[in-house]
Design a protein around this ligand. Structure first.
Ligand SMILES: [Zn+2]
Length: 165
């Protein structure tokens, strides 16, 4: 039988979330699943029916980009990771989208608001980028963010973290 995993009290959890720590990072630290962290917050009424997608969409996203397919899929994945239900059609779409990223040389999703986007001519948005190309161009992804599906650069992390403090 596995050792009992103990999360800190909900006030401490909330303090960490307010500091901008992701559920994934907290989960890693205490050796529990992301879902367990989300559930603890949900049970304590700290997340009243509100899903936070920050774990997978940490960037400040322009309105024009919110409906892009990758954004939809990342929100769905966020629901799943937070232990919330999605319908069968969405589950199918999500699975094949994730598979297509893997099949496409293990691509990750990058986001650029506009002028700083190296992958299109200024309109910006979510782009699948081969992981190896992202690593070559930006170095290691920033710590404290998902690295399975998304790639947050160090510059982006600085902006995100300064916004959350
Ligand atoms: Zn672009």
């Amino acid at each position: 039988m596995a050792a009992t995993k103990i999360l800190p009290g909900v006030d401490e959890l909330q303090r960490r979330v307010n500091r901008g720590e992701t559920r994934a990072a907290i989960a890693r630290e205490f050796g529990v699943t992301r879902g367990a962290v989300a559930l603890a917050l949900l049970r304590a009424g700290k997340e009243p029916g509100q899903v936070r997608y920050n774990d997978l969409i940490p960037w400040r996203v322009r309105k024009a980009h919110l409906r892009q397919y990758a954004a939809k899929m990342l929100r769905l994945e966020g629901r799943v990771r937070n232990g919330l239900p999605i319908n069968d059609d969405d589950a199918g779409r999500l699975a094949s989208w994730k598979q297509s990223l893997k099949d496409n040389d293990d691509s990750v999703i990058m986001y650029f608001a506009e002028h700083d986007c190296p992958y299109c001519e200024g309109s910006g948005g979510f782009h699948p980028v081969r992981r190896i190309d992202a690593l070559k161009k930006f170095g290691q992804p920033a710590e404290g963010f998902d690295t399975e599906l998304i790639f947050v650069t160090d510059n982006q992390a600085r902006e995100i973290n300064s916004r959350n403090t």
